[in-house]
Design a protein around this ligand. Structure first.
Ligand code: GTR
Length: 431
C-alpha cells in the first residue's frame, strides 16, 4: 500500500505530475492509511480545515512544544510515591483543581431523591428484556425537581447483569420508542443481546443545554433560584450528577449488578461521562466518545477546538475560571490526562473519529497514554504506546481501551461494537 506521508506525496507529484494530484483529491480510498501504521490525519482534510477555519490550528507542525503537569506530584511539587498517598491525598487535591477550574463544585446538599415507576414492558424484543419508564424526583424542603429516565434489563440472564448508562445529549428516548425503533446512538437491542442492562436520560431534562437555560435546570433548583457562585457546578457536572442518581436507582434493581456499570457519553456527553466517573467512584468504567476539548483531549496541544471558543459558545458547561486560560493553555496547572487518571484504577475507554479533527484525535489518545503512570501506581495496566493505533483497529491494555473509527463525529454502531468488546473484558468476564 502507498504511504501518503507528505514526503511521499511530494515525490509522487514530482514524478507523475497533476494526474496523481487529481486522483488523490477525488478518490477517498487513495488516502487509505498504510495497514498496520499509526493513524494520521488526512492531509487533504487538514488543508481544507486550515483554509476554512483559520482561527483554529489543524496543522500538526504548529502544535506547540509542551510538557504535561505530573499527576503524581502534589501541587507543591512533592512526588506521590504510593497508592495510599494517591488515594488519601493526591486524588482529592486533583479533584479540587478540576472542580475549581473546569467543571465546578457540586452542591453539598443532596436533596431527597425518589424514583417512581411510570410504566413497565415485560416482553420487549420478543421477551428478551423488561423495560422501565422511570421518573426521578428530587425534593428540597417543599420544592421538587423531576427528570425522566428509562431502564431496560435482560430477561434471560442467570446472574445479575452489568449495565451501560448513556448520558444522551441529543434527545430523550421514551420506553415505547426504545422498544420499537432501533437507534445506533442508543442501541438497546444490541446491548441486551450482549448481556447488558441499559439506562438513559436526556441531558436537557436535567440541565438545559443552553447558555440561557439555567433557571429551568437542576443547578438553579439546588441554588433556590440564586445565580450560580463562581465555583458552582456547571452543566457537564450536572449531567454527570444525574447519571449518579440513575445509578442510585440501578443499585435498587435486583437483576442489575451496580458494581459493574459503565457511564457512556458522546461529545459533550463524553466530557460529562469522564467527569461523572471522577465524581462518582461507583462507576466501574467510563466510555467517552469523540469528547475532544474539555473531555479527553489535551488542552495544551491547541489543535481544533480551543478553550477560548468552547467557553465563549458554551459558557454554561464550564467554570468561568477556565475561560481565563484562553490562549494561555500552557499555564494551566493541570491537563486532561489527569482527568483520566482520576478514574484509575477503574476502566476508561476513549474513541476518536478520523474526520473529527475538531476533537483532536491525537490529543485524545495522548491524554489516555499520559494517564498511564496513575494506573501503574495503582497496580493496573493501561495503554502506554505513544504511537496511535491504525484506523479501525482497537487497542486494549488492562484498564484502558481506544479506537479511532472511519468517518466523522458521531456515536455509531461500530463504536458500540468496539466498546462492548472492551467492556466485556472488564464487566462480563467475571461472571
Ligand atoms: C460542538 C462542541 C464540541 C462538542 C460537540 C457536541 O459544537 O464544540 O465540544 O461537544 O459540540 O457535543 O456534539
Amino acid at each position: 500500500m502507498l504511504d501518503y506521508s507528505n514526503a511521499n506525496r511530494l515525490f509522487i507529484f514530482t514524478i507523475m505530475g497533476p494526474f496523481v494530484i487529481m486522483t488523490f483529491f477525488h478518490c477517498d480510498p487513495c488516502r487509505a492509511q498504510v495497514a498496520g501504521q499509526p493513524w494520521e490525519a488526512n492531509p487533504e482534510l487538514v488543508q481544507r480545515l486550515m483554509n476554512s477555519q483559520d482561527e483554529f490550528n489543524y496543522d500538526e507542525s504548529r502544535v506547540p512544544q509542551y510538557s504535561l503537569p505530573d499527576a503524581l506530584r502534589f501541587n507543591d511539587g512533592t512526588p506521590v510515591t504510593s497508592a495510599a498517598q494517591w488515594n488519601r491525598e493526591r486524588r482529592s487535591e486533583l479533584m479540587e483543581v478540576f472542580r475549581r477550574q473546569v467543571y465546578g463544585r457540586r452542591p453539598e446538599a443532596t436533596g431527597r431523591v425518589e424514583f417512581e415507576l411510570l410504566k413497565k414492558i415485560e416482553d420487549m424484543f420478543d421477551g428478551q428484556a423488561t423495560g422501565l419508564s422511570m421518573k426521578a424526583t428530587v425534593t428540597i424542603e417543599r420544592r421538587q425537581f423531576e427528570f425522566p429516565f428509562v431502564v431496560i434489563i435482560p430477561n434471560l440472564r442467570q446472574s445479575r447483569s452489568p449495565a451501560i448508562l448513556l448520558i444522551n445529549n441529543r434527545y430523550f428516548t421514551p420506553l415505547e420508542k426504545a422498544a420499537t425503533e432501533e437507534d445506533d446512538f442508543w442501541p438497546v437491542k444490541l446491548l441486551i443481546s450482549r448481556g447488558y442492562a441499559t439506562a438513559s436520560f436526556h441531558t436537557s431534562d436535567v440541565d438545559p443545554d443552553r447558555a440561557d437555560g439555567y433557571a429551568q435546570g437542576i443547578r438553579s433548583f439546588f441554588a433556590n433560584g440564586e445565580a450560580p457562585a463562581d465555583d458552582a457546578w456547571r452543566s457537564l457536572s450536572a449531567w454527570g450528577w444525574a447519571a449518579s442518581r440513575v445509578l442510585d436507582f440501578l443499585e435498587e434493581v435486583d437483576a442489575i449488578d451496580a458494581s459493574r456499570v459503565a457511564v457512556v457519553g458522546h461529545s459533550r456527553g463524553g466530557k460529562s461521562a469522564l467527569w461523572a466517573a471522577c465524581e462518582d467512584t461507583r462507576f466501574a468504567l467510563s466510555y467517552s466518545n469523540n469528547s475532544g476539548c474539555g473531555g479527553a483531549a489535551l488542552f495544551r496541544r491547541n489543535f481544533g477546538e480551543t478553550i477560548g471558543r468552547i467557553t465563549r459558545v458554551f459558557p454554561h458547561w464550564f467554570s468561568p475560571e477556565l475561560s481565563t486560560y484562553a490562549g494561555r493553555e500552557v499555564e494551566l496547572a493541570f491537563d486532561q490526562h489527569q482527568l483520566i487518571g482520576l478514574i484509575a484504577p477503574r476502566g476508561v475507554y476513549i474513541t476518536s473519529a478520523d474526520e473529527d479533527l475538531w476533537a483532536d484525535p491525537k490529543g485524545e489518545y495522548a491524554s489516555l497514554v499520559a494517564a498511564a503512570p496513575v494506573f501503574e501506581l495503582l497496580g493496573q495496566k493501561s495503554i502506554v504506546q505513544s504511537a496511535m493505533p491504525p484506523l479501525n483497529v482497537p487497542r486494549h491494555r488492562g484498564q484502558t481501551g481506544y479506537h479511532i473509527r472511519s468517518g466523522g463525529h458521531g456515536l455509531e454502531a461500530a463504536d458500540w461494537t468496539h466498546f462492548l468488546d472492551f467492556a466485556d473484558r472488564l464487566l462480563i468476564t467475571q461472571d
